[in-house]
Design a protein around this ligand. Sequence first.
Ligand SMILES: NC(=O)c1ccc[n+]([C@@H]2O[C@H](COP(=O)([O-])OP(=O)(O)OC[C@H]3O[C@@H](n4cnc5c(N)ncnc54)[C@H](O)[C@@H]3O)[C@@H](O)[C@H]2O)c1
Length: 360
Amino acid sequence: MDTVTVGIVDRGYDIYIGEDILTKTGCLCRRHNTGRKAAIITNTVVSGLFLEHLKSVLEEAGFTVYTIEIADGEEHKNLDTLKVIFDRLIEFGFDRSSLLLALGGGVVGDITGFAAATFLRGVPFVQLPTTLLAQVDSSVGGKTGVNHEKGKNLIGAFYQPRMVLIDTATLDSLPSREFLSGLAEIVKYGIVLDGEFFEFLSKNVDNLLKRDKSCLGRAIKRSCEIKASIVKQDEKETGLRAVLNYGHTLGHAVETLTGYKKFSHGEAVAIGMANAAKISESMGLSSRSDTERICATIKMLGLPLALPVFPSSAYIDVMLHDKKMKDGGIRFVLNKGIGDFRISQVDDLHRLLKISGIGD
Ligand SMILES: NC(=O)c1ccc[n+]([C@@H]2O[C@H](COP(=O)([O-])OP(=O)(O)OC[C@H]3O[C@@H](n4cnc5c(N)ncnc54)[C@H](O)[C@@H]3O)[C@@H](O)[C@H]2O)c1
């Protein structure tokens, strides 16, 4: 079992990574000073895979375990589902010492974290992420929340879990598109924050795609270390944490313009990263060979590179409505070579899109 510590003052916690560590959930939870009532919040897909096992190890450790199953899918990450969770917690007689456990991907993790942040003004919670994206990204760092009909993640709180337990065995059942979404985020860490890690990833694409446990474990651990270090320095995203949006500004535009149907999140981020790399090169921040290496790695993973064709005005409208907009332009994350970054205010969005082959 590997451990990564998120060293936030007063709210620090450990991330445990290993195969089959769900089995240890009970004894690891006992180390925390919580009550004996615990609720596992999961969804209808994940419950069939891991719920019974998790429930039994918690019961063996002395917890009285309740379960709340929510419907599967991003469309259920909303206030209606949150109300169902609150209703059940009240029904169970939960108090401020009771523990919530989020068993699932980013949707379950985000909504459970927000329920934990707000129920009785805050109860302890543990993240048990079961998608690769949740393991390397959403379960770490304390961003919790739900969507509103006017936009994604508009309602939320920064609220850190008591610990994160990453069981790499849970990835065996993950559909390939979901798996690739996580790999795109892993590659992102390498491109903007750790050149050696990028090198390791690009040399191990086959092993990663085969879900080789040792290679994957190493990639997950390094990703968590990188995210933990950024979160420690800028927990509430007042500056540095924005680096994690690399590839996401264009990626979100792609998702919005294609109605969240054509591309998965990871595919959209991959397109965003490939084009951010081209833009970085055009600004003199990186070389042609850096861009080629980034694009080659994305391609080897089987992820797309080209922006879908829409008028540049459509891209600009979407990007300006994105919450990363600042004073009319956007804050755009660029790669400096491979392994470093710069965040630049970009006002001439037409030029930026032209570099990516959009517009005339
Ligand atoms: N809090 C943050 O910092 C942060 C960061 C990035 C993304 N997010 C959020 O995360 C969400 C996306 O997370 P996601 O990609 O994990 O999506 P998800 O939670 O919808 O999971 C993807 C699919 O995989 C299924 N699944 C989960 N684990 C499985 C397993 N082990 N085997 C088989 N199927 C499994 C789920 O039921 C779902 O159908 C979005 O809501 C996004 O806003 C949050």
